[in-house]
Write a protein that binds this ligand. Structure first.
Ligand SMILES: NC(=O)c1ccc[n+]([C@@H]2O[C@H](COP(=O)([O-])OP(=O)(O)OC[C@H]3O[C@@H](n4cnc5c(N)ncnc54)[C@H](OP(=O)(O)O)[C@@H]3O)[C@@H](O)[C@H]2O)c1
Length: 327
């Protein structure tokens, strides 16, 4: 009897839409995240279907699971969680020109509604936003942890453009966004002050390029004045009290915040919403491929352990928590 090679069998099976795929979902409003089997999503016109191999936890995922985004965005149930993804293009919808089946890709699921996510074996994403080619030399686990955190860090730094010789405070440096922000800030030639608890966390940010470390469980303004008596030129605000930190700015200082501290709170503040354009994602992946940027993934969890990963994330982590979706 003639037999197809396994990949062809899998593809035929796939396009008959007979298989269900595993995903971490919120089944209905108020439900807890669980692993469920769903029909394979199909790409609409202009969309790419990605077979996901890796993703990661972001604070946004916990906000969605906790019901904190309800009312701000349409929720489509069963709602698949997860903003980040990395994997391979499995199919393309009508009109897609930038990607082909088999391409390695990564990015951030960016749609007008919540419902499609990276914590599942397949996800559809628009080719126009939130997806880029994954260059050789970038591990899929790193790519799965790069999209949202990297974009937020890069967009924040682009909003305040640190100059060589300036002093940059990264408040929240030990998280996923902070770990990327510290590296880019150091690469700009600025002197970087990072917040971190003493011990392992301080070592972590120093290894990423921080020149000074202040303990955010202590008196942050006093510690900053001790190492930088003239104040700081730039603040990347990812955690902590924005108003207190803004009081440390020099006359021409500026502050970029990912957590809602904007011009209404301080004239030098910019509230940054991460916008994962292809250009930004290309830049991030290119920097990782060239060895200029590290994506510190502290630990990776299988899909079934996403609820446990949420608990660990909420308890505080150093760097990113990855999700391994498939090999
Ligand atoms: N606007 C956007 O588009 C956007 C995009 C991505 C992320 N975000 C937000 O940006 C923030 C950072 O994201 P993330 O993924 O890096 O979060 P994360 O991984 O949870 O990191 C936050 C870090 O802040 C530290 N921290 C807590 N309290 C602090 C304080 N008072 N001062 C200084 N550091 C403190 C924590 O360290 P300890 O464990 O030591 O407490 C933790 O390492 C989150 O609130 C996230 O929701 C927004």
């Amino acid at each position: 009897m003639l037999r197809c090679v396994p990949q062809v069998e899998k593809a035929i099976h796939f396009f008959r839409k007979e298989i269900d795929v595993r995903a971490v979902v919120i089944a209905e409003e108020g439900a807890q995240p669980t692993v469920a089997e769903l029909p394979t999503p199909q790409p609409a016109a202009g969309e790419v279907l990605v077979r996901v191999q890796a993703s990661s936890i972001n604070g946004f995922d916990l906000s969605v699971a906790g019901g904190h985004v309800a009312g701000m965005m349409e929720h489509r149930y069963p709602l698949v969680l997860g903003k980040d993804f990395a994997g391979t293009v499995a199919a393309v919808g009508d009109g897609v020109t930038r990607f082909s089946v088999g391409d390695a890709v990564f990015g951030v699921v960016t749609k007008q509604f919540l419902g499609d996510g990276g914590f599942g074996e397949y996800v559809t994403v628009p080719e126009e936003i939130g997806i880029a080619a994954l260059p050789g030399g970038v591990e899929v686990a790193a790519a799965g942890a790069l999209g949202l955190a990297g974009t937020a860090a890069l967009d924040a730094l682009d909003a305040v453009t640190p100059q060589p010789g300036e002093t940059v405070l990264v408040s929240g440096a030990t998280g996923g966004v902070g770990a990327v922000a510290v590296q880019y800030a150091a690469a700009s030639g600025a002197r970087v002050i990072a917040t971190a608890r003493p011990g392992e966390e301080s070592e972590f940010v120093r290894n990423l390029g921080a020149h000074e470390v202040v303990d955010h469980t202590g008196d942050v303004p006093a510690q900053i004045r001790a190492v930088s008596p003239g104040g700081v030129d730039v603040i990347v605000h990812l955690a902590g009290d924005g108003a207190v930190l803004a009081g440390l700015l020099t006359e021409k200082g500026r502050i970029a915040s990912t957590i809602g501290f904007g011009p209404d709170q301080h004239p030098a503040a910019t509230f940054v919403m991460a916008n994962p354009t292809g250009t930004t994602l290309d830049r991030l992946a290119g920097d990782v491929a060239a060895g200029r940027l590290r994506v510190p993934v502290a630990r990776a969890y299988p899909l079934a352990e996403v609820p446990a990963a949420f608990g660990d994330f909420a308890g505080g982590t150093v760097g990113k928590l990855g999700i391994t979706v498939a090999s």
